[in-house]
Design a protein around this ligand. Structure first.
Ligand SMILES: C[S@@+](CC[C@H](N)C(=O)[O-])C[C@H]1O[C@@H](n2cnc3c(N)ncnc32)[C@H](O)[C@@H]1O
Length: 422
């Protein structure tokens, strides 16, 4: 099962979507946890394992499924507390019809065990293998953050904490912490948002008290900063473009119950259904629009907004620790394309903001091209736009906006800039 999931990721699908589809077919919770740990781990260490695999082979394995088995077998030997002979025999036994691959896998995994020390040392001499990242991304992160790059790359390979956001319309943080304690779930009030709770260990959401009743959501601490920065006031009209799956939409509604209206727009109808589900579970309401934020003429009614959140589509380089498949799926050319898309949306929605209104630009990227350089380019051609400094005790103060580097204070990598129309 793990090899099938990995093969689909090699073919361009996202790990989360592939696992969501595959896991219901795995009978026991223990096996589901194993498939999850093996796929996440193999992708986290993909560039290191692929380097080792190349050292062990005379010619590359063309068959993606067999390559996935080889990599997941190596992952078990190098990183998991699985007995070596069991890892080798299980990996070989997982080959069904392509019997030619059995001796190949058996031989290369046994060779790895024999040559482990030399191979691990060789990894240290190659930046991609040593950090388990594609080289283009290492260079971009080093270019943007020369002093912090090593730390960012290391954090990208660590498992992220599970963080909750308490729905302040249903309960409060102290009460919910007590409920967690009653269930034996270790947790602490955490982060810089007053509604945030950090769990000591991840827990399936259906084990969280009153999850189905909408008392709580799963959302990283960095993402929980958006609603506070937007600071929507009673009676205001708020636009949330690029809203799905609705984490920040819901948080804005939870923190400000007296809005005149919140309009949530997303281009993807399937993802918009997740906004519907989330708002329903949390007992919140917003006007939902499936539409292209870059072409508001097709959905805007002409009334200006006092607040706009643009949580832009981005490289997601700040959330690699949650989505290690990004290291394989993202390509260098994507960054220019994403920056152009962000710019087009920013230009298109700026006219929808009332004079004196505020727009919060956000990405879960650590690349300056999508963040402060994007905002600088916008300000250069909009004399009526100014940035409002974000004074906070989290993240790095930048000339424009504020950047959280991945893992700092245990948060995802995020960028925020607050613009005002003068
Ligand atoms: C970073 S995610 C948003 C996360 C969301 N704000 C939250 O907190 O749950 C970016 C979203 O932008 C949407 N998107 C991408 N291009 C778009 C466009 N041109 N117009 C509207 N939405 C777009 C994607 O479908 C995706 O749901």
């Amino acid at each position: 099962m793990a090899a099938r999931v990995l093969t689909q990721v090699f073919n361009g699908l996202s790990l989360t979507a592939t696992l969501d589809a595959a896991l219901p077919d795995v009978a026991s919770a223990k096996d589901r946890a194993f498939v999850q740990a093996l796929t996440f781990g193999t992708l986290r260490q993909f560039h290191k394992l692929d380097f080792i695999l190349a050292q062990l082979l005379e010619k590359p394995i063309k068959d993606q499924e067999i390559k996935a088995l080889a990599l997941s077998g190596l992952y078990q030997l190098a990183f998991m507390r699985v007995k070596s002979h069991a890892a080798v025999s299980e990996t070989v036994a997982a080959v069904r019809t392509k019997t030619w691959a059995k001796p190949l896998l058996n031989g290369l995994l046994r060779n790895y065990l024999r040559e482990q020390e030399r191979l691990v040392a060789a990894c240290q001499l190659d930046s991609g293998a040593a950090t388990s990242h594609p080289k283009w991304l290492i260079h971009r992160i080093q270019h943007d953050w020369p002093e912090q790059a090593a730390q960012i790359l290391a954090e990208n390979n660590r498992q992220a904490p599970m963080v909750l956001r308490v729905n302040s319309r249903q309960t409060d943080r102290d009460r919910y912490l007590q409920l967690l304690a009653d269930q034996g779930i270790a947790a602490t009030a955490g982060g810089f948002s007053p509604s945030s709770i950090a769990l000591e260990n991840p827990v399936p959401v259906d084990k969280l008290p009153a999850f189905a009743e909408g008392w709580v959501s799963v959302q990283d601490g960095a993402a929980q900063l958006a609603a506070g920065l937007l600071d929507a006031q009673p009676g205001q009209r708020v636009l949330d473009v690029c809203a799905a799956p609705g984490g920040k939409t819901a948080h804005i509604l939870e923190t400000q119950p007296l809005l005149q209206e919140l309009v949530a727009v997303d281009i993807d109808p399937q993802r918009m259904r997740r906004v519907d589900d989330n708002l329903q579970r949390l007992k919140l309401d917003a006007k939902r629009v499936v539409g292209d934020a870059a072409y508001p003429q097709s959905w805007w009614d002409g009334r200006a907004f006092d607040r706009i959140l643009l949580d832009a589509p981005c490289s997601a380089t700040g959330v690699i620790r949650r989505h290690p498949d990004i290291k394989l799926l993202r390509k260098p050319a994507d960054i220019d394309a994403l920056q152009a898309a962000q710019q087009a949306i920013l230009e298109a929605i700026w006219p929808l903001l009332a004079t004196g209104g505020r727009l919060l630009y956000a990405t879960c990227s650590v690349l300056k091209q999508e963040n402060e350089r994007q905002v600088a380019g916008f300000l250069a051609v909009h004399a009526e736009a100014k940035t409002i400094p974000i004074l906070a005790d989290w993240g790095e103060a930048r000339p424009l906006g504020r950047q959280i580097l991945t893992g700092a204070r245990d948060m995802d990598g995020f960028y925020y800039a607050l613009l005002e129309k003068t």
